[in-house]
Ligand binder design. Structure first.
Ligand code: MN3
Length: 199
């Protein structure tokens, strides 16, 4: 199995009106994400991981004692993260389905409290990484942040929503203002129906 770069689920300029420009998408999807796919394919070639699923490779190569991780983990995990990320956004405003609204309210007290926690996690992730809304094995929802390419699969959690806080995700549109990018993401870009489908 070789890794493949999926087409975006919407036209490349579709998020422009909501704060994510075509230029950002061209760099982020066509160049950065493609590099993870190409590097991943080169690194997987002729290894025991070559025919495994992305999830198997991610859990099998994650090293809980390493900050740098290894090349296979970094590229395959980032490929998975970005495949999710494109689908987690929508060019049209999506209303939050009631079952997701209830699950979030049960775990955080209110939608606004959840949004604030998610926003704070992304804003305080030092350096490159991601912030997430995850579902624990126990069923409860939680906000987390991870460094570099690490994702919730490494911890046995289900990723419901993730936001890329690597600079390549926001620097063209928001320069150094990561908090503004995060607020725009959570208020204007999330495909809540896709998030709910992961519950
Ligand atoms: Mn990225």
């Amino acid at each position: 199995m070789s890794l493949e770069l999926s087409d975006l689920p919407y036209p490349i300029d579709a998020l422009t009106a909501h704060g994510m420009s075509q230029e950002t998408m061209e760099y982020h999807h066509d160049i950065h994400h493609k590099a993870y796919v190409d590097n991943g394919n080169n690194l997987l070639k002729d290894t025991a991981w070559e025919n495994k699923s992305l999830e198997e490779i991610i859990t099998g190569t994650y090293d809980a004692n390493s900050i740098a991780q290894n090349g296979i983990f970094n590229n395959i995990s980032q490929h998975w993260n970005h495949e999710q990320f494109w689908q987690m956004m929508s060019p049209t405003q999506v209303k939050m389905p009631s079952e997701l609204d209830k699950a979030i309210t049960d775990s955080f007290g209110s939608i606004d409290k959840f949004k604030e926690e998610f926003y704070n996690a992304g804003a305080t992730q030092f350096g490159s990484g991601w912030c997430w809304l995850v579902k624990e094995k126990s069923g409860g929802l939680k906000v987390t942040k991870t460094e570099n390419g690490v994702n919730p699969i490494c911890f046995g959690q289900t990723a419901l929503l993730g936001c890329d806080v690597w600079e390549h995700s926001y620097y063209i549109d928001f320069r150094n203002k990561r908090p503004v990018y995060l607020k725009n993401f959570i208020d204007n870009l999330v495909n809540w129906e896709y998030v709910a489908s992961k519950l």
